[in-house]
Design a protein around this ligand. Sequence first.
Ligand code: ZN
Length: 241
Amino acid sequence: MRYGIFADVHSNLEALEAVLQAIEKERVDQILCAGDMVGYGADPEPILRLLKRKAHPVVAGNHDWLVADRMDLDWFDKPAQEAALWTRTRLPEEERIYLGNLPLIWRDTQLTLAHGSIHEPDQFHYVLNLQTARASLQVQETPVAFIGHTHHPGVFTEEQGQISFSPSAHVSLRSGVKYLVNVGSVGQPRDGDPRAAWCLYDAAAQTVEIRRVSYPVEKVQAKIRQAGLPEFLAERLALGH
Ligand code: ZN
């Protein structure tokens, strides 16, 4: 099986289209989305239409649940709050119900999918360092798990109780070792590279690769400004942070 896995689309349609095009060229068997489909960007409705068709499974991100009114606004900074309130006005009730009903975790025998840490997933802990990675890896039941949330791609590894991190874009998986892969962000990368990120997981070859793809950032910035969303949300896309 070959999987195309991504997260943190954040209503950025042009970035999602570029990623889906790249995924199609790789002839993957399944497309998975690790949450935060909406919030920040100007295209929530087209994003949901497209992802409902293309991606399965999809798990809930904190922004998805915020738009669905399942999270407290105070938990978020000002631009995120403004974007969520705006997004609510743009989505029909059935789409908000759909977002609110998304599961926090999806799992089969091979892999786990979640937005943030697998440890207390309803708290959306960020996996930012070896300590937070350990908490997540301790409750990870599958050899490999895919998450997002920090918008920083990279791979945490647990081998004989030792946790390590690699920002490497290509990792060969070994048996007896557990991997927690952060797939980065499609719609709002924050690692200094403005290109959209996604992950190719080849289960037969046992490889994980983080891929990057360019998209027309200016077009997305213009839509954000036209929608009256915070200017900061447009600016940061060109910088990749
Ligand atoms: Zn996010």
